[in-house]
Design a protein around this ligand. Structure first.
Ligand code: HEM
Length: 129
């Protein structure tokens, strides 16, 4: 499966909107992750992750146009991300992906998305614990 087509294969923007929205509903309530995010800009945070994932998987490139190079390690450097926080992020994302209709998101696509997110999450760990 090529990265350039996963976006279309899984149902395009609507699917990405749904996954990221469901992820942030959980993040808001989460004891570890919730307090890290800007309480006055949940919509902005949701938009940034949505644009990033959309672009990564071959959809429109609004992320680069608005944010430039992702530089994710640098952009996460001022958050305390230990392995517990990374694990929690992945759990909430798994749950969000599980919410989405299997018709839209087949097993191979889910596995590819999970693998990418795991790789990034582990790369972002910047604190012991
Ligand atoms: C490992 C656990 C993680 C934690 C605790 C975490 C936390 C955060 C926080 C607090 C923000 C700031 C919210 C905002 O105002 O935009 C953020 C931004 C962001 N995160 Fe994460 N994140 C994690 C993993 C990931 C992963 C795995 C990805 C991608 C697959 C990701 C992609 C992004 C993106 C694209 C932004 C916006 C960057 C920008 O343009 O400013 N994060 N993250």
């Amino acid at each position: 499966m090529s990265q350039a087509t996963l976006f279309d294969t899984v149902g395009g923007q609507a699917t990405f909107d749904e996954v990221v929205h469901r992820f942030y509903l959980r993040v808001r309530e989460d004891d570890i992750l919730g307090p890290m995010y800007p309480a006055d800009d949940w919509e902005g945070a949701e938009a940034r992750l949505r644009m990033f994932l959309t672009q990564y998987w071959g959809g429109p490139t609004d992320y680069s146009e608005q944010r430039g190079h992702p530089r994710l390690r640098m952009r996460h450097a001022h958050f305390h991300i230990d392995s517990k926080a990374a694990q929690r992020w992945l759990e909430l994302m798994d749950a969000a992906i599980d919410d989405v209709d299997v018709e839209k998101l087949g097993e191979a696509q889910r596995a590819a998305m999970r693998e990418h997110m795991q790789r990034v999450a582990y790369m972002l760990i910047n604190a012991a614990g």
